[in-house]
Design a protein around this ligand. Structure first.
Ligand code: FAD
Length: 423
């Protein structure tokens, strides 16, 4: 545990690996982050137009996301979050209907027999549709091949839920990833489906406490440091190139590449990674939500998919949003606000707004990309990978990013133990 751990990328994957390695006894951990702040795709910032703190995109964690919760507990970030009941309110903008899905706590889903807990017009048998996914276990198949995607319940529940989690049109998504998702959420009953929201912004819960935790234990963070190359000798990484400075990787040092797949692919010879991505668009409105408005609301038959309510603003998320990337921003904000005004009863006049577009929000959760996800170990003995795009089995998400860090640290500790045994 004496060498330096060089971590490239201070997103959740890198931070999670660092927390584990710190706890395992590594004392010299150094972060090199290209941006001016840590957090990557899970970050808050002061928006200069709205002059309030917003997230790059609203993020939802579920109580079944055990690795992310363990990470948050360790860094003391959970106290910055609100855990909601296992309830998902929905509004259908075509029919005007409103309902709230209320799974019961245990794994035995008796709630599907209670019409006050399920989607209007649905029958208990409709809720068995996800079981069709089991036909795709360990196979490279599309959700649309094994699950009924024509039913009304699919449109009113399974599609919006899977679209948000997979960030790709669910019928085209990788069925195995969908199975893993269901297993850890709906499969765990209501107890695993309680949304946990960072109501004061993502950074206040996931990032700032991690930095405090790590800095208190000696870690060093350098920002504005963009990796531009890695040199190798035999089966070891020997130098990190940051353009203005080259940093030697000492004999006992370790490198964790926790940057996006395009960076890893560019600098790790022979590495195969996902190459296709999907966008997410968030539209923020600087307006207080009406009193009693739910913290999150699923919206059906609308451009808006999920509406999040914070103290001083409301944010709409649109997943798999590639078609909106080039769209006129004012027009999009106007269209989305018309929908929000309809479901909230807020005035029709457009409040101050901001459109945040993340072109490469997640890798595309389709079979061809799933097959390209590498594990944490590379062909180089001292070089490891972390990030939501590595082989976690989950789609790109915070739980996956944290698990990727766990997996990288486990691989490092195993290798270190093997080295010690050999010596
Ligand atoms: C809009 C949006 C909404 C989302 N909503 C949800 C949600 O509701 N629930 C959920 O679970 N997940 C959600 N996600 C996904 C979640 O944010 C990610 O899975 C997670 O943050 C990924 O963490 P990571 O560490 O793998 O990658 P990143 O956060 O991308 O971290 C990689 C880091 O590497 C840095 N970097 C890049 N290139 C270099 C370089 N050359 N040198 C040095 N550093 C470099 C980057 O700046 C970044 O900080 C959402 C993502 C987006 C974009």
């Amino acid at each position: 545990m004496t060498g330096t751990v060089h971590i490239v990328g201070a997103g959740l994957g890198g931070l999670s690996a660092a927390v584990d390695l710190t706890d395992a006894g590594y004392k010299d951990i150094r972060f090199y982050e290209a941006a001016k702040a840590a957090g990557g795709r899970c970050r808050s910032f002061v928006d200069t137009v709205l002059n309030i703190v917003v997230d790059n995109g609203s993020h939802l964690l579920l109580s079944g996301n055990w690795a992310a919760i363990a990470y948050l507990t360790k860094i003391d970030g959970l106290k910055e979050m609100t855990q909601c009941e296992a309830e998902i309110p929905f509004a259908d903008l075509n029919s005007g209907e409103r309902w709230t899905l209320r799974p019961n706590s245990s794994r035995l889903p008796w709630w599907i027999f209670d019409q006050n807990r399920r989607v209007p017009g649905s029958k208990p048998a409709d809720y068995l549709a996800p079981l069709g996914l089991l036909r795709a276990i360990n196979q490279s198949r599309l959700v649309g091949d094994v699950m009924d995607t024509k039913s009304s319940l699919y449109e009113r529940l399974w599609r919006p839920v899977m679209l948000a989690a997979l960030n790709v049109e669910p019928a085209e998504a990788d069925a195995q990833m969908a199975i893993n998702l269901f297993k850890e959420t709906f499969g765990g009953g209501g107890a695993a489906c309680k949304p946990i929201i960072a109501h004061q912004g993502m950074s206040s819960a996931y990032i700032d406490p991690a930095i405090r935790y790590l800095e208190a234990r000696g870690a060093n963070f350098q920002y504005g440091r963009t990796l531009r190359g890695i040199s190798y000798e035999g089966e070891r990484a020997t130098e990190l190139d940051f353009g203005d400075e080259k940093i030697a990787v000492g004999a006992g040092d370790i490198v964790i590449l926790a940057a996006p797949p395009v960076v890893a692919r560019s600098y790790v010879p022979g590495l195969i990674t996902p190459e296709k991505f999907k966008a997410i668009v968030n539209v923020h409105f600087k307006i207080a939500p009406p009193k009693g408005h739910p913290m999150y609301l699923g919206m059906i038959n609308s451009i808006s998919e999920w509406l999040f309510a914070y103290d001083d603003h409301m944010s709409v998320t649109i997943s798999a949003a590639d078609e909106w990337m080039q769209h006129d921003r004012l027009d999009l904000a106007t269209k989305v606000w018309a929908e929000v005004s309809k479901v909230t009863g807020l005035p029709e006049e457009l409040p101050p707004w901001q459109v945040n577009r993340e072109r490469r929000a997640t890798f595309a959760a389709v079979p061809s990309e799933a097959a390209k996800r590498p594990g944490p170990v590379t062909n180089y003995g001292n070089l490891f990978l972390a990030g939501d795009w590595t082989a976690t089995g989950l789609p790109a998400c915070m739980e996956g990013a944290v698990r990727s860090g766990n997996a990288a640290s486990r691989a490092i500790l195993e290798r270190s133990a093997q080295g010690a045994n050999a010596a």
